[in-house]
Structures are given as structure tokens and as C-alpha cells.
Design a protein around this ligand. Sequence first.
Ligand SMILES: C[S@@+](CC[C@H](N)C(=O)[O-])C[C@H]1O[C@@H](n2cnc3c(N)ncnc32)[C@H](O)[C@@H]1O
Length: 274
Amino acid sequence: MVQAEPTVGAVEAYAYRSLPRDEADILLEDGLAMTRAERFSHPDAPVANVRANVIESRIHRRMGGEPIAYIVGTTRFLGIELDVDRRVLIPRLDTEILVAAALDTPGERILDIGTGSGAVAVAIGLSRQTSHIIASDVDADALAVAQNNIARHQLAIDCVQTNLADAFTRSFDLVVSNPPYIEPDDPHLHQGDLRFEPSKALVGGRLMLEAVARSARLCLVPGGRVLIEHGYDQGAFMRSLLAETGFVDIETLLDFEQRDRVTGGTMNTRSGKT
Ligand SMILES: C[S@@+](CC[C@H](N)C(=O)[O-])C[C@H]1O[C@@H](n2cnc3c(N)ncnc32)[C@H](O)[C@@H]1O
């Protein structure tokens, strides 16, 4: 016997019973390929069983806490659509501060250390088409996601798999990085989206921030600038770290909640030693 197909209205009602409305709307729009207005005008339209089953299983994944971005496979960063999956961090709103700071900084040769989905490199690349950008990551799986996003936006950004900036010589005007800066014992790692994201993209703490600063120093030309995103409680640490590492003009930028978020420093033109 052929089972009757559910209607748009029935699928919608199930989603709204199971999830907060905004989350249900995203899964319904993606799963049914219909806007809310279209669903409203065609509540009796049939939904193929295969499609209804996919939506139901996605609703269950969300009820289990999986981030919506992984379930639908895309997210938006600065209005730019990016493919994401469990190989990469889901780009955060705070990282817009890093991109804005990069776009305010002169210099055409740019390195993005720990590119992940490629969010930062792609956002800079779309605004500064003349720049020569390299997106690097230690993780080949993450780099594959970045490569896909770079191709999707038709950008000429090179991807390089390397630890920090180990593969590069002193040749960049600007190094940007949103490294894994969460301390290993941070309880947030066991909460929300972070439970599903790769630990390589999250855990590193102050040791990682230090490694990024030192590595950046070795690949920046004199007068070049580094911009590093960090935790809201790591601003003071970052300012002394950059000063100790030989950077000058050190400045911390605040996020949308007025907390320390990105610290930058310029390579002292008189210091060339490592
Ligand atoms: C916090 S995620 C940032 C992703 C992306 N840039 C963003 O802002 O959304 C950190 C990234 O750094 C990469 N990573 C971790 N350790 C690294 C290392 N030693 N060298 C280079 N990249 C590293 C991870 O694989 C991950 O993709």
C-alpha cells in the first residue's frame, strides 16, 4: 500500500511543535525549497515522503543540539554564503571585527593563518580583489572546505597546508588569524555548538596565541602588521605578548559587546632578528 504523502501544513506544524520558530523556518525553507509565504499560501500541497523524512531527521538532529549550519551545510558570514560542515568552525559574528581591521590595514600580501572554512580570506578577497592572499591551515580537511568556498566565490586565493606560517619566508604585509584560542579546561567546550565543532579549531589557548604571534613575526616584512582574534579575557595577555615579541603600535579592538577581541601590532622596522 502506498502511504499518503504529508502536506506542507502538516510538515510545518511538526517542525513548529519540535523547534523554536526561527530554527524551524530555516529547516523548512531549506528542506521544502519554499519560503514562509509560499508555505502559507499552499498548506495543502503534498510533500514527497522522501523529502518529509529528510526534514524529520534534520529536526531530530537539531533537537540533539547539532548546529543548524552543519545540518543545512551553509552559513552566512558578513552576508557571504559559505559551505560549512563538521571539518570546520562555523564562522562567528566576532570575526567580523578581524575582517574590518584587515580591510583598514594597508598591504597587498596577506596571510590568513588557520583559515578553516576560508571565511576571513574570502571576505577580505571579495573586498580587496587586488590583494594577493594565502589561506593556510594545518588541517587538510579544513583546507578542502576553504578551497571549495574560494572556488565558489571565484577568488584567486592560494591554499597552503602548513603548521602556522612554517611554509613561508618573510614576505607578508599583513598576517591575520583567528586561531584556536580556548583553553583546554574551559567548560564552554562542553556546551552548545562547540560540542560539534572540531577540537583542532577550538582548543589552543594562550600557548597557541603565542605560537601564532611568533610565527607571524617571522613571515612579516618590517612595518607589516599582525591582527589576531582572541578571547574576551585574553586582551591584556595579547598586548604584552605582542610587545614581548617585538611588535609596536599595539592596539586591541572591541567586539559588538565592547569586549577585547582582536589585537594588532606592527613589526618594528628596526627589528629583523627572530
Ligand atoms: C578558530 S578556527 C578559525 C577558522 C576561520 N579562520 C574562522 O575565523 O572562522 C582555527 C583554525 O586553525 C586551524 N589550526 C589549528 N592549529 C593550527 C596550526 N598549528 N597551524 C595552522 N592552523 C591551525 C584549525 O584547523 C582551524 O581551522
